[in-house]
Design a protein around this ligand. Structure first.
Ligand SMILES: [Cu+2]
Length: 239
């Protein structure tokens, strides 16, 4: 305002003063612009710095996240744990299963095999049959009845068995009279009927030579001579 008034009143002769004034104003304006520019630059710098710092600070958390990720990767330690767990589980499971299965199987098979065959063998060997006959033979004392066993007439031992065996004796009496098969040490006193077959069973428990005889008078000579109406039978020790 003032400038306009002075310029219009002063006219051209005042050009030098106006120029100075214009120059001062221009300098002031320039200075203000410089200050403004500096401020802008400073602001920009500050803003950029802030942005830069923020950008720079962000990578930091990222690195931290990466570090945490690493920690997670280290967590694979639990992975080995999982691997170890299945191993013992698998090893333990088959072990008992295999051990249990064979155990009963073997136990069952063993008794069955041992009991079965042995009992059969004992049954077969534990029972024997002895066949005897009473025949009338020609002796020094005349025609007389006599026991005849597996060893023939007149043998010292009528027959032989084994201790513990079950012995069945079958006596076929071809004579017309009664006889007996008596062996006190074996608990035997069996009556033999005429013209018939008599069977009896006994089980000698102890080995030895046992005496036997007929207690019914049936012939003078045969009753006095071993192997006819008296004699012995052998019991062998159990095998
Ligand atoms: Cu007799």
């Amino acid at each position: 305002m003032g400038l306009d008034g002075n310029s219009s009143a002063a006219g051209p002769p005042q050009n030098g003063q106006e120029r100075r004034r214009h120059l001062g104003a221009g300098l002031a304006t320039l200075a203000g612009g410089v200050v403004l520019l500096a401020a802008v630059i400073f602001g920009l710098t500050a803003g950029v710095g802030a942005i830069w710092s923020s950008v720079t600070s962000k990578p930091a958390p990222v690195q931290v996240a990466v570090a945490q990720g690493y920690t997670g990767a280290v967590a694979p330690a639990p992975a080995p744990a999982t691997t170890t767990a299945p191993a013992p589980a698998t090893t333990t499971a088959p072990a008992p299963a295999t051990t249990t299965a064979p155990a009963p199987a073997t136990t069952t098979a063993a008794p069955a095999a041992a009991g079965g065959p042995s009992e059969k063998n004992e049954g077969d060997a534990a029972h024997v049959t002895v066949s005897l006959t009473i025949e009338n033979i020609k002796t020094a004392g005349g025609q007389q009845p006599a026991y005849v066993g597996p060893n023939g007439v007149g043998a010292d031992t009528l027959f032989s068995v084994t201790a513990g065996q079950s012995v069945t004796v079958s006596v076929k009496n071809e004579d017309s009279g009664f006889h007996t098969f008596t062996a006190p040490d074996l608990g035997l006193a069996v009556t033999i009927k005429p013209l018939a077959t008599t069977t009896f069973t006994f089980r000698p428990s102890a080995a030895g030579s046992y005496q036997w005889k007929c207690e019914i008078p049936c012939g003078g000579w045969v009753m006095d001579h071993v192997g006819y109406m008296t004699g012995a039978l052998d019991v062998a020790a159990a095998k």
